[in-house]
Write a protein that binds this ligand. Sequence first.
Ligand SMILES: [Zn+2]
Length: 496
Amino acid sequence: MKNLDDKDGPDQPDKRFETIIGLETHVELSTQTKMFCGCRLSFGEKPNSNTCPVCLGHPGSLPVVNKKAVEYAMKIALALNCRINKRTIFHRKNYFYPDMSKNYQISQHDLPIGIGGYVEINMGSHTRRIGITRVHMEEDAGKLVHSGATGRISGADYSIGDFNRAGTPLIEIVTEPEIKSPLEAKQYMITLRNILLYLGVSDCNMEEGSLRCDANVSVRLKDSDRLGTRTEIKNLNSFKFIQKALEYEASRHISLINSGKKVIKQTRHYDDKTQSTKVLRSKEEAHDYRYFPDPDLVPIDIDDCWIKKIKDSIPELPNQKEKRYKDKFGLSDYDSSLLSGDFEISDYFEKTLETYNANPKGICNWLMGDFSAFLNKDQISIKESRIKPEHLARLVRLIDEGKISSNTAKSVFKEMYAKGSDPDDIIKEKGLEQISDKGELEAIVEEAVKNNPDAVSQYKAGKVKAIGFIVGQVMQKTKGKANPALVNEIIIKKIS
Ligand SMILES: [Zn+2]
């Protein structure tokens, strides 16, 4: 019998089906210490150097809740429009965890900190509201390092445990199963990451695993109201993988159904090398975890006063920022949404405005145009670029004041990007300052007019465009440094 299970799906998505996706996103909080002990949190340290009896799960050790982590959790829940449960408790989730030495995870079950919120995502032509089922607190596991050729557990000679990450405060954000396409799922993750960065509760570094998600996928015929059997894809840690994995998985389900087979409920992982999903294990049901309230941790009672205090500490969020950019700077919907849709870029934009605020649109154009193109080409973020916000501000100001032409500005920008230098220094060093001295230009124009009688008579005969030729001659003579508007003005005065 042919096994369709791991085979590629059809190239074209089958239009009779629709995809239903629910996402569970894990966010590692950037608190100073762990969720239930005082161990320091920092990435990339010597294995097992940040551990203690609590996070190693030694018998008799007692956990104490990190207040900052609870406040960050509330901040996230409120920013995602959730209600806060006035009494929230911790449960033990029991399972065999090779990377968690106490063999249960402290998590939340039926009384999570936040419930019933939503996130609005911008799909270009329309906005979609994705329901948030719950936001809950838990702790992260440690890491197993598999020693062997591939670094995976299969084929490894031995595995060693590093518990530095064990006990890191982790927030799980669960959506309703109402995301309708892999593209929507990706957009949801981009939007969520942006909100979390605005809140300042996590570095959201996907490569280091600070932000990762599990996706539940099912497909059904469009006229059906029953959800199909779902599979879960674990640990997706890049926007690209999220979309690709979901596209693959949805088409795999459709292939199975179309060939009369059943989708089996299971947990899978996405392999970027083969661009396909592979079985990890068949899915456990929630009751297999034998959740029970953690007897070592008392319930947390949250009063209105505390909620208000946290609410007041929430900074301006992306949608509010978008509105401010439109109202205050007169930017278009498109510009405002692009700028506010990326925390690092909007942060950079505002830092630039601190030095020069007369032309927000001009600054925005650089950010969205040449700057983005250069960053994309090098695959780096704006934070990693060498150009300082005050130097970009200076560049825009130099153009606005007519000190350099926009063409010259492009070459100055290139130099700024490569070396991180001050635009004034580049202009001085290369003698690029625009000639706006009337007397100096008049002499050059005089000569150009004398040398091009044909263009002059064409202009006089009504062919206005002929003047462009003379402007071109002046620009050539001045190596592009003449102020074109001024040159135009002088020529017209001279020949009419
Ligand atoms: Zn510890």
